[in-house]
Design a protein around this ligand. Structure first.
Ligand code: NI
Length: 380
């Protein structure tokens, strides 16, 4: 199948997936449609027991190594405002992170790999992973054991601010270690005219909000990158009562799990110190939801060579301080997370995000070449 035929075949599928976005763990129609398309292509679907999402397999004639290609499939709780003729038909849900692009590209790769199945030097597993946004869906895929024999893994993501079809890939950290925290400040409520008889949790909250901003500015190497944001503040309900408690929530992002942990622990010390000087009792919990995506340097070279071999332009770059649960695969399997430009007028997670579908066939061809090329290298 030539490029034009592949693109013509993929485009209606892409439009359908874009029109039918579903949130994480609810991707039932999406999964059914992927299953149907793969069946039409004659691709074997594995029995994983996953509620949504699926894993397919294309095995060469000979026994050999096993590699995996990964796409995510879920959408975001965003009301689309892209103006596209094929905008979301599911109110309040939108493919604003390009997962419709990723999964369509992987369907294209399934078809191309099926065409050359007999020549494959081993097996390619295709992961259509659920619940990346609200996940970690990768945890549920790993728990099936379906990846136990996989030796290398490659994942693809769109990048909004790069021209369509340009590949962006980097060795080392590509996304941040991401997590959140919750702080509950317990004081003593009372009449606003008698603060000395109360323990005011609002004052403690204000001090924590300010002190938290010293973590990045005073304790992180200026050459490193980290974020501490307090994003949710709640206390009281009226003007003349000092409330009993206050709530703060926020996020921590860092390039690496150790640094993430260091920041989370410093915030705990700030809470303890402020509790002491304000007579409040502070409950603090934090959680790491996804470690940093860390690309294997040797396999990144392989990706760059493969992309250049297809005549593609390759740039170096990262995805910034977002999170990606692809990192959980990389804890077990060496792998590379690469991105492809889709030239959107708006960033991902924006209601005006638009992925240019023109490089869909490019993404399919690259994924195919990575799967087949990795098998050949491993089989040697
Ligand atoms: Ni995404």
């Amino acid at each position: 199948m030539n490029q034009r035929e592949l693109q013509e075949l993929l485009l209606p599928h892409f439009h359908w997936f874009h029109q039918h976005p579903e949130l994480g763990n609810e991707e039932f129609e999406t999964t059914a449609r992927i299953r149907q398309v793969l069946s039409e292509f004659g691709v074997e679907i594995l029995d994983t027991g996953l509620k949504t999402g699926l894993v397919a397999r294309i095995a060469g004639k000979k026994e050999g190594p096993v590699v995996a290609l990964r796409s995510d499939i879920d959408a975001l709780p965003i009301t689309e405002a892209s103006g596209l003729p094929y905008s979301s038909q599911n109110g309040g849900q939108m493919h604003a992170c390009g997962h419709d692009f990723h999964l369509t590209a992987l369907l294209g790769a399934a078809l191309l790999l099926r065409e050359r199945q007999d020549t494959l030097a081993g097996t390619v597993k295709l992961l259509f992973q659920p619940a990346e946004e609200c996940g970690p869906g990768s945890k549920s895929v790993i728990a099936t054991g379906i990846l136990d024999d996989v030796q290398e893994i490659y994942g693809i993501h769109v990048t909004a601010d790069t021209a369509p079809g340009i590949i962006v890939v980097n060795p080392g950290p590509v996304t941040a270690a991401v997590g959140g925290f919750r702080i509950i400040i317990n004081g003593k409520g009372g009449h606003a005219s008698a603060p000395h008889e109360c323990i005011d949790p609002v004052i403690a909250a204000a001090q924590i909000i300010n002190a938290a901003q010293t973590i990045v500015s005073r304790f992180i190497d200026p050459f490193d990158r980290a974020v501490v944001s307090i994003t949710h503040v709640a206390a009281g309900s009226t003007w003349n009562v000092i409330p009993r408690d206050a709530l703060l929530e926020g996020t921590i992002r860092a390039l690496g799990t150790d640094q993430f942990r260091g920041i989370a622990e410093r915030l705990e010390r700030i809470c303890l110190g402020i509790a002491q000087v304000t007579d409040t009792r502070i409950d603090y919990v934090w959680q790491l939801s996804a470690p940093s995506v860390q690309n294997d340097p040797r396999l990144t070279d392989f990706v760059i060579e493969t992309a250049k071999g297809l005549g593609l332009e390759v740039k170096s770059g990262t995805l910034g301080m977002g999170g990606e649960d692809f990192s959980l695969y990389q804890e077990k399997i060496p792998g590379v997370f690469l991105t492809i430009g889709v030239g959107s007028p708006q960033a991902t997670h924006h209601p005006g995000f638009i992925a240019d579908p023109a490089p869909l066939h490019t993404a399919s061809e690259l994924l195919t070449a990575l799967g087949a090329g990795a098998l050949e290298r491993l089989a040697k």
